[in-house]
Every structure is written in C-alpha cells, then in structure tokens.
Design a protein around this ligand. Structure first.
Ligand SMILES: NC(=O)c1ccc[n+]([C@@H]2O[C@H](COP(=O)([O-])OP(=O)(O)OC[C@H]3O[C@@H](n4cnc5c(N)ncnc54)[C@H](OP(=O)(O)O)[C@@H]3O)[C@@H](O)[C@H]2O)c1
Length: 357
C-alpha cells in the first residue's frame, strides 16, 4: 500500500510503498478514505511539540474509512461498513486507569509507548490497522461526504469534555477559547447537546461575531481584554443565568489567569472541565471558594469510547451540522502540501484532510 512516512523529525513526509497491514486477533483493517490534518501537524512532524513517536511512522490521527477485514472477535462489524477510526487507543489490561496512545500522533506517556509499538501507524495510508473497538460504525454515507465526516475528530474532543461534566439540555455553558478550532467546535457541540445558552469567549472579535452569525441568539460572545475582574464581570453580565458548566480549551500560548477568569464565573455547585494546553504558572484557585461553592474541577483528555456513537446521532439528527466545516482535500502524494495548508489555514470550522484513495 501507499503511505506517507515520517522517517525523521523535520524531514518531509516520504510517499512510500509499505507492506499491507496484517490482521491479528482484536483488530480490524480499514481502507482509509479521509483523514484530518491538524493545524499544528507541522509542529508535531518537525519535533517542536516533542510528541512521543518512534520513527519511522505513518502519521495521521483518526480517519473515516470502510472496513476491509475483521478479526474473529468482531460480532457486528462487516467488510464495507463505514467507520470512524478513533485514534484514542486504550490499553486493555487495566480497566480503571488504562494507558492511552493517540494512534498516528503521540504515545502520550511511557505506557502509551507500549501501545504505540503495536498500533504504530496512523491514517495517512491506503489502509490502517485499528483495535476492533476503535472502528466505530457511522452508518452509510456518500463517499463524497467522507472528508466532511472527519470533523468527528474535532467535535468529539469538546464532546468528551461535556460528557465528563454531565452537561445537560437546558443548561448554560461557557466555552473559554471559543474562537479556536476546538473551541468553536465546542460551541456547536454544546448547542447540539441542548444548551439553553453558550457564552463564548475569545480575543478575536471577528471570530466571535462569526459564531453569532452561525448560531444566533443562543450564543452570547464576550471579548477577552486581559483584565481578570473586568473580563469575568462581562462574562457574568452576558450570561442569561448562572453558568452551569465551564469548558476551557485554550492553547499553550494562553496563561492560567485567562483560565481562572472563566473558571470562577461558574455557579455554586457548577462543573469545570480543563481540556486545553495551558502550561506555565498554576491556576491559583482560592481553596475556600472551591470548597464553599462545592465546585467540581476535572481534566479531560479526549473522550470515552461511546462518544462517537452519540456524536453520530447528533449529526444524523441534524442537531450538529457538518456543513459548517469548510474542507480542503489533498491526495496522499500531496501530504506535505496538506500539512503546510493546515498550518496556514487554521481557524474555526476549517479542516484540511488527506484522501489516500
Ligand atoms: N484535551 C484534549 O483531549 C485535547 C484534544 C485536542 C486538542 N487539545 C488542546 O486544545 C487546545 C486548543 O487547540 P486549538 O487547535 O483549538 O487551538 P488554536 O485554534 O490554536 O487556539 C485556540 C484559541 O486560543 C486563543 N489564543 C491563541 N493564543 C493565545 C494567547 N497567547 N493568549 C490567549 N489566547 C490565545 C485564540 O483565540 P483569540 O485570539 O480569539 O483569543 C485561538 O483561536 C490546544 O492546547 C490543544 O492541545 C486538547
């Protein structure tokens, strides 16, 4: 099969012919039809992000494709089924605290490296081998829509956060960092899950206005100006009632004060989910505020295995509309161009994909 191979950090992807993947027990081989290229894929492939990848490797986190071959443990999947290949590979020998590797992206941890050595290659290839449970049926789709269905990979991240927070229809959500690629998807997801209102924060006022244009009055935008007390006061003023759930998805360039600004806007007994990449100084949250207000604060990496099934339902019912996503597609031979394009054209509802076939 043809594949895009990363032989060394910083080198261009080489389009090579590799042996077809071999099926083992507990796995499925999928014919890849489309795979998303993250906006920061260039930083991963250059080594700048220091993601754990043992090279050479076929990159590519997640895909939409069709089942080619099933293993003996698959009871429902059939060859030809359309599936979302979830890159979130979990170890199967510790149900309480499994190691996680993101197939085709990063091992994440030492434990994840064990998984990565076996589920080594990602989706920028004509075929990929995934754990059976990671090939999630999405029902019949038109082949020409496969690229747009790659938006599952973006939507599922905030979906995982809202599921973790047990977000419920009728509640008010605050998305901190709503103008980014995952943040804007978080707004769409909260609305799709039945939010009565989503308060959306960011510095880019044009991107905030675009959210209002797309989603109407259920979204209230708040420009962030960098003054904690003032920013929080404007968040609270914009919200039509107490904020039930805060989802933070700010990138590494943001700082902890911007996160705390949003966290402390949550109502007493409210829930906060941290999903971004903010590093640097700690959050410095007042102990007594958290304790007296019974605040729930949790981190969330990716999403539970059943999330893709629920998200498929939200999409198929029209509660989440994939037409928001503007897709730029590249063949496998143009994988390097796709990576450069993704970096230069990131932003809300923009998606670059590689289509190996
Ligand atoms: N937990 C998970 O499972 C998971 C999965 C995937 C990604 N992530 C993380 O999610 C984060 C967001 O990813 P993304 O691709 O959506 O990021 P992004 O699009 O690059 O950035 C999100 C937004 O953050 C704001 N921003 C950028 N620089 C900033 C700065 N210096 N200070 C304050 N705000 C700044 C920008 O909006 P404004 O200019 O409008 O402020 C930008 O639109 C990343 O850290 C990523 O690693 C987490």
């Amino acid at each position: 099969m043809k594949a895009a191979v990363l032989n060394a950090f910083g080198s261009p992807l080489a389009i090579e012919t590799l042996p077809d993947p071999l099926l083992g027990t507990g796995e499925v081989i999928v014919d890849v039809v489309a795979s998303r290229v993250l906006a920061y894929a260039n930083e991963v492939l250059s080594g700048e992000r220091k993601y754990l990848m043992e090279l050479p490797m076929v990159p590519g986190p997640g895909a939409i494709g069709r089942v080619r071959t099933i293993g003996p443990d698959a009871t429902r999947l059939r060859p030809g089924d359309w599936v979302y290949c979830d890159p979130t590979v979990r170890s199967r020998d510790d149900a309480l605290s499994p190691d996680i590797a993101l197939q085709g992206l990063t091992a994440g941890s030492e434990g994840g490296l064990h998984l990565q050595r076996y589920f080594h290659d990602g989706a920028w290839a004509e075929q990929m081998r995934v754990p059976t449970e990671n090939a999630i049926p999405i029902g019949d789709i038109d082949e020409k829509d496969a690229a747009r269905w790659c938006a599952l990979g973006t939507l599922l991240v905030p979906h995982g956060g809202f599921l973790a927070a047990q977000f419920q229809a009728g509640e008010i959500a605050l998305v901190n960092g709503a103008t980014g690629s995952f943040g804007s998807a978080a707004v769409a997801v909260a609305l799709g899950m039945g939010a009565s209102c989503v308060v959306a924060t960011g510095r880019n006022e044009q991107a905030l206005a675009d959210l209002t244009r797309r989603f109407g009055a259920r979204v209230r935008t708040v420009p962030m100006r960098g003054q904690e007390a003032d920013d929080r006061a404007r968040i609270l003023q914009a919200a039509p009632g107490p904020i039930d759930c805060v989802l933070d998805i700010l990138p590494p360039a943001a700082n902890a004060v911007q996160v705390r600004t949003a966290i402390m806007a949550v109502r007493p007994y409210g829930r906060v989910v941290l999903m971004g990449g903010v590093g640097g100084a700690g959050l410095d949250l007042p102990y007594s505020w958290m304790m007296r207000n019974c605040i729930t604060l949790r981190g969330q990496w990716m999403y539970p295995p059943h999330a893709a099934i629920l998200m498929t339902g939200l999409i198929r019912s029209g509660l989440i509309n994939l037409d928001h996503f503007e897709v730029s597609a590249f063949g496998l031979d143009r994988a390097n161009e796709a990576v450069a394009h993704a970096a230069a054209n990131s932003g809300p509802f923009k998606m670059t994909v590689i289509q190996p076939r």
